[in-house]
Design a protein around this ligand. Structure first.
Ligand code: OAD
Ligand code: ZN
Length: 249
């Protein structure tokens, strides 16, 4: 049974790292991108991948902001999933050394995880794309909900949240690479593994890899010389079954 196998791997491991993607948060009510009800499946009249395209943002920031207001509303009412809490508990008991997340929903931190690399940035900070003035979360929320496109009060520039768009550099890449290189067990949870450089991180693993992801999962970047287990089950249901054999609280 896969949950039993996974539990045994966790018991053997001393340095676990998690790479998480949008599928980790669908059970919290946040849609993913490429799953059956994903954001990129929406019929918007234009390619929905433009929401996070930096060139398109500079051309028409209102397109992103329409989507972003909806996302921020959703965020107000959500809680971490079972799986988020499971990985927070694994860190607390000393086995898990870090989480590399592609998500900007901050649910890992809400669940109590400490060492979280938000490689696609987050919503904590916003800045003016012209003069670099920054705003914290609370201040930027006011601006986002009072203007169609929030603008800088100093220079009139467009305000952009510190989320990594297509065409921009990811954050904490070196630290993330180091975490993966040093771990003896890498979990890849809720990611289609199509967006690089995040999808290239598992190549650096030297221990074992356990992928927990339903639906299409791109395997082409995975290392061929590392034992890899792919669990195609619901994330929360699977980790509940795993914890049955481990008993973290
Ligand atoms: P994707 O939406 O590409 O992949 C999420 C995966 O999770 C899909 O394969 C789903 O089938 C699977 N999934 C969803 N819910 C699940 C569940 N409850 N149990 C098991 N599997 C489930 O999301 P990411 O790989 O995170 O970047 O996408 C990577 C990046 O693409 C995002 O960070 C975002 C996006 O463009 C930027 O915006 C820069
Ligand atoms: Zn400015």
């Amino acid at each position: 049974n896969l949950a039993q196998i996974c539990a045994d791997e966790i018991k053997k491991a001393n340095n676990i790292v998690l790479l998480s993607g949008a599928g980790m948060s669908t059970n919290a009510g946040i849609p993913d991108f490429r799953g059956p009800n994903g954001i990129y499946r929406r019929q918007l009249g234009v390619n929905p991948e433009r929401i996070f395209d930096i060139d398109y943002f500079l051309e028409d920031p209102s397109f992103f902001y329409k989507f972003h207001r909806e996302f921020l509303q959703t965020l107000k009412n959500i809680k971490p999933t079972y799986a988020h809490k499971f990985f927070a508990a694994l860190e607390k008991n000393g086995k898990l050394k870090g989480i590399i997340t592609q998500n900007i929903d901050s649910l890992h931190q809400m669940a109590g995880s400490k060492n979280v690399m938000e490689i696609h940035g987050g919503i904590w900070k916003s800045f003016c794309i012209d003069c670099n003035k920054t705003w914290d979360y609370e201040e930027s929320m006011k601006l986002v909900f009072s203007q169609e496109v929030p603008r800088c009060d100093r220079c009139g520039g467009i305000i952009k949240p510190d989320i990594v768009f297509f065409g921009e550099m990811v954050k904490h890449l070196e630290e993330s690479q180091k975490l993966v290189k040093e771990c003896d067990l890498l979990f890849v949870v809720g990611s289609s593994l199509v967006v690089t450089p995040a999808a290239l991180l598992p190549r650096l693993a030297r221990g074992k890899i356990i992928i927990v992801n339903k639906g299409e999962t791109n395997k082409s970047y995975l290392p061929s010389n590392i034992p890899t287990l792919h669990v195609e089950q619901d994330i929360d249901e699977f980790f509940k079954a795993v914890n049955y054999h481990i008993g973290l609280d």
